[in-house]
Design a binder for this molecule. Sequence first.
Ligand code: GLU
Length: 434
Amino acid sequence: MKVRTRFAPSPTGNVHIGNMRAAIYNWLFARHMGGEFVLRVEDTDIERSTPEAIQALLDAMDWLGLDVDGEHLYQTTRQKAHLEAAEMLLEKGLAYKEDKGGTGQGECVIFRMPGTDTTFVDGIKGEMTKKAENMQDFVIVRSNGTPVFHLANVLDDIEQGITHVIRGDDHVENTFRHIALYKALGAEIPNFAHLPMIVNKQGKPYSKRDGDAFVGDFRDKGFLGDALFNYLALLGWSPGDDREVMTREEMVEAFTLERCQSSAAQVDMKKLTWMNGEYMMKLPVEEFNAMAFQALEGAGIEADPEYALQVFGLIRERVKTVADIVPMVGYFFSEEFEYDEKAVRKKLQKDGVVDTLNRLKEIFQSLEVFDEASTDKALHDFVEESGLGFGAVMAPARIAVSGIQSGPELFPMLEVLGRERVIERIDRTIVKFL
Ligand code: GLU
């Protein structure tokens, strides 16, 4: 049996990370099994399923690298088949018509539950049973003639030859009904696996109110698709060892439903940010630079490309998300950078600092070449002969040229800034604060 899984989202314009995680697991499982992964757009909610919403969905999948086999199936194109199946169920006496609630709005088609207990073995949760008395007949075609989710979903899974339905455990209750439908339709019942929800700290479904909940939010905040993929893959699944940053091939190789957790998972932004940083570090230099240029452009920063490349080299390994880039490099490109007040008060406005800065200026002016090695040596020599502590020299130097206390290593940074800028900035700092 060739495995076929699917992602069956209802496009709304925003893709919740919980849904995307289900897509990722379906994709990983299909790839692991050498099977196929298909897309079905459950677009029957005409108002929400706009072309923009569908495009947002496709973009999100593309960004995460979820490649799909074959053509996409749009559920709305299948309405005729859905209604024909309902007709067939009526003919066989497996469904009946009723004016629900006697509203006079016309008759619905209602599926007759078989009146037996239902059991299935969930690929993640194990054996699941529901008693016959807890399962009621349910509507499959509304009085306005449109098919209901249950009918459409099952018929389309049959149509697409889906062997494994992997979805959120908010669908467990539906699955008991769906199994009855499969039987009534004379179709083979697929394997089901229900993923536990992503929850907030209170154990409630994780929503926008708890933080970034949509794939697009993460993209906008400067996360990388590959990193989010890796993070979501591990949110409820483990490779069985302590690996965390994994290539796609490694995840495909290791993925099994048995190693999916049956308990709810919580979003940990710290961990995602860390993981994104690992991916940023591994980006090919050209790709990183292209992103950084784009970020500068987006922020309206005009930069000499050669100088910008040197700046990018300084911060490359410190960047956790693409959104870090602009705040990290601002002072390289503008003379109007802000000074951290606390740093100024604590490290600059102290006895002797004005002399230190004046001396540094002289030293920098006198250097034959102004680069990482020469500034490094000159500052160390100065520390030694002046008897000042290392920090008492480095901290004012750093704040004078960048306004803040943290950042790339000082000497490469001085080299990139260049002698002229460095001296100007020291001068300006003295005038401004000392
Ligand atoms: N459109 C449904 C949803 O997004 C599909 C559920 C399923 O995977 O069967 O919840």
